[in-house]
Design a protein around this ligand. Structure first.
Ligand SMILES: [Zn+2]
Ligand SMILES: [Zn+2]
Length: 283
């Protein structure tokens, strides 16, 4: 789950997701956008249970599920061919087809989707990018005699204000140069990284799969997955701040995965179920 201010995005919904949402204490509140990286069952099978619970949960009236074309077809079959067959779901479920580009936007951030290469096709990754912000310079404002209050809000929003004595203050006088916002990139299963580089560039957080270790690179290639080393090489090439590995195979020990990745990219963590991380840009 990616959370930003009042916005929540669930990314993928494997079996057991509903139970983990409950265990995490996050609950179902405002859970209105579900983003699906691709249509393999370990990424969508939990939608049946979750959606069937949400229909009984009166606080939510509608849910959007975003996925590429083929995954969306599979989700439609799962939900309307099996889970809600012959019944009317109490809740409005909107199935939205992903395309590369802007998916959602608020006044503080943009969410973009980009294509990912993996078995099955129509796979997408997601980039959450805060809009650049110009910091308010306290000292300059104080020197200009701008009182605490609505004048400051006006200036931050880019409007000139007239002070009590008649002086006019322009936003440029109290706003510093624009600072880029925080960027978080999520990639699900992926068979290669060269086509991901530009989308991951400069991310404060890159969340990506690492199903295999390099000693089984041949298996990784055959099944369209990454090794921990490949994920780390991408993080290094894209100059990301921190790498979060997910989708680990049970056949490896976590410390071996970490060791392989950290040899290439030091700031790597393995994200476990129910972990929570705060992602902040450099200030
Ligand atoms: Zn997959
Ligand atoms: Zn998978």
């Amino acid at each position: 789950m990616v959370m930003h201010r009042e916005h929540r995005f669930l990314i993928d919904c494997g079996e057991g997701t509903q139970r983990q949402i409950l265990r995490s204490g996050l609950g179902f509140k405002r859970l209105q956008k579900i983003l699906i990286t691709h249509g393999h069952l370990d990424h969508i099978l939990g939608l049946g249970g979750l959606l069937s619970t949400l229909t009984r949960w009166e606080a939510i009236e509608h849910v959007e599920i975003w996925a590429g074309r083929a995954p969306l077809r599979r989700i439609r079959e799962l939900l309307f061919g099996v889970v809600f067959r012959g019944e009317r779901a109490q809740l409005r479920i909107e199935l939205k087809e992903l395309a590369a580009g802007l998916v959602a936007e608020s006044n503080s951030f943009e969410l973009h989707a980009f294509p990912v290469t993996h078995r099955g096709g129509h796979c997408f990754g997601f980039s959450f990018q805060e809009k650049p912000r110009r910091p308010f310079m306290e000292e300059k404002a104080a020197a200009l005699g701008i009182p605490q209050g609505p004048e400051r809000r006006e200036l931050v929003q880019g409007r000139a204000v007239t002070l009590l004595g008649g002086a006019v203050v322009l936003p440029d006088e109290v706003l510093g140069p624009a600072e880029p916002g925080t960027k978080l990139v999520h990639v699900g299963d992926a068979g290669r990284t060269d086509d991901l580089l530009e989308h991951c560039q400069g991310a404060d957080a890159l969340i990506i799969e690492a199903t295999y270790l390099q000693r089984e690179a041949e298996l990784a290639r055959r099944f369209g997955h990454l090794t921990a080393m490949q994920a780390a090489e991408l993080a290094r090439a894209a100059d990301v701040r921190r790498l979060y590995l997910t989708h680990l195979s049970r056949r490896y020990r976590e410390r071996d995965v970490l060791a392989e990745a950290r040899a290439v990219f030091a700031d790597t963590v393995v994200a476990r179920d129910l972990d929570q991380f705060q992602v902040k840009g450099e200030k």
